[in-house]
Write a protein that binds this ligand. Structure first.
Ligand SMILES: Cc1cc2nc3c(=O)[nH]c(=O)nc-3n(C[C@H](O)[C@H](O)[C@H](O)COP(=O)(O)O)c2cc1C
Length: 201
C-alpha cells in the first residue's frame, strides 16, 4: 500500500445551479499549467465515484450496484487510485505520467498540458459475471454517467474539462501499470482554462 491522502468531505453547496452547470458545459482543451488543489481533486473524485450511502451506493448509477469502475488520477505529483469508501487517494507512483499518457492517447497534447486526468478503468467481470455479455454495455454506460458527473462538477468549480475516448488501450494500461483484469475505458481531462475566464461577463 502506498501513502494514503484523506480528502475533505464534499461541500454540497456549490456556487452554480445544476441547470447552469449543464448549460455552461463545453469540451475545453486550452488548459493552463496551474495545478488543481487537493480540494478540487477531491470534489472531482467524489463526483465520479464517491460513496453517498452507508450501504455502499455511489454518486453514479451502476447496473445491479456491481460497481465495476476504478478511478485513477494522473497529476504532476504522480499516479493515484481513488478509494470511494474512505474518500481518499492512494499514491501508486510519484512519477509524472502525463507525457506518457498523452502519447498513449495518440498525442492529444492537452493531456500533457493539463494538471489532472481522471482515468476510468473497468473490472468488466464484476458486471458481466451477473449479466453476461450484456454487462459490457452496462459498464460503458456507467463510465458515461461518471464522466458526466465530472464534467458538471468541473463546471461548478469554474474549471474546464474534456472527455477522451481516443487512446490505445494497451498503451494506457502499460502507462498506469494496471493489473491484468482492469481495462481503461474512458478519461476526463480537467484544468484551468484561461480563455474561459476572459469570456466571463
Ligand atoms: C465517447 C466520447 C469520446 C470522446 N473522445 C474525445 C477525444 O479523444 N478527444 C477530444 O478532444 N474530445 C473527445 N470527445 C469530446 C467531443 O469531441 C465533444 O464532446 C464534441 O465535440 C461536442 O462538443 P461539446 O462537448 O463542447 O458539446 C469525446 C466525447 C465523447 C462523448
Amino acid at each position: 500500500m502506498g501513502e494514503t491522502i484523506r480528502l475533505d468531505k464534499p461541500d454540497l453547496a456549490g456556487s452554480l445551479t445544476l441547470e447552469q452547470a449543464i448549460a455552461k458545459r463545453r469540451s475545453r482543451r486550452d488548459f493552463s499549467s496551474q495545478p488543481l488543489t487537493i480540494k478540487q481533486i477531491g470534489r472531482l473524485c467524489w463526483a465520479a465515484q464517491g460513496q453517498v450511502a452507508d450501504e455502499g451506493f455511489r454518486t453514479v448509477p451502476s447496473a445491479g450496484a456491481t460497481y465495476p469502475l476504478e478511478l485513477f488520477v494522473v497529476t504532476a505529483d504522480g499516479l493515484f487510485h481513488y478509494l470511494p469508501t474512505a474518500h481518499a487517494l492512494e499514491k501508486l507512483s510519484p512519477k509524472d505520467l502525463r507525457s506518457a499518457l498523452c502519447e498513449a492517447a495518440w498525442g492529444q497534447e492537452f493531456i500533457e498540458a493539463a494538471p489532472v486526468t481522471l482515468v476510468f478503468a473497468a473490472r468488466f467481470e464484476r458486471t458481466t459475471g451477473r449479466y453476461g455479455q450484456r454487462g459490457t454495455r452496462y459498464v460503458y454506460a456507467e463510465a458515461g454517467h461518471a464522466a458526466q458527473n465530472v464534467h458538471l462538477q468541473a463546471e461548478a468549480l469554474g474549471l474546464g474539462s474534456v472527455a477522451v475516448g481516443a487512446f490505445d488501450d494497451a498503451a494506457v494500461k502499460k502507462v498506469l501499470a494496471l493489473p491484468r483484469e482492469l481495462e481503461p475505458v474512458y478519461m476526463v481531462v480537467v484544468g484551468h482554462c484561461p480563455e474561459r475566464k476572459k469570456n466571463r461577463p
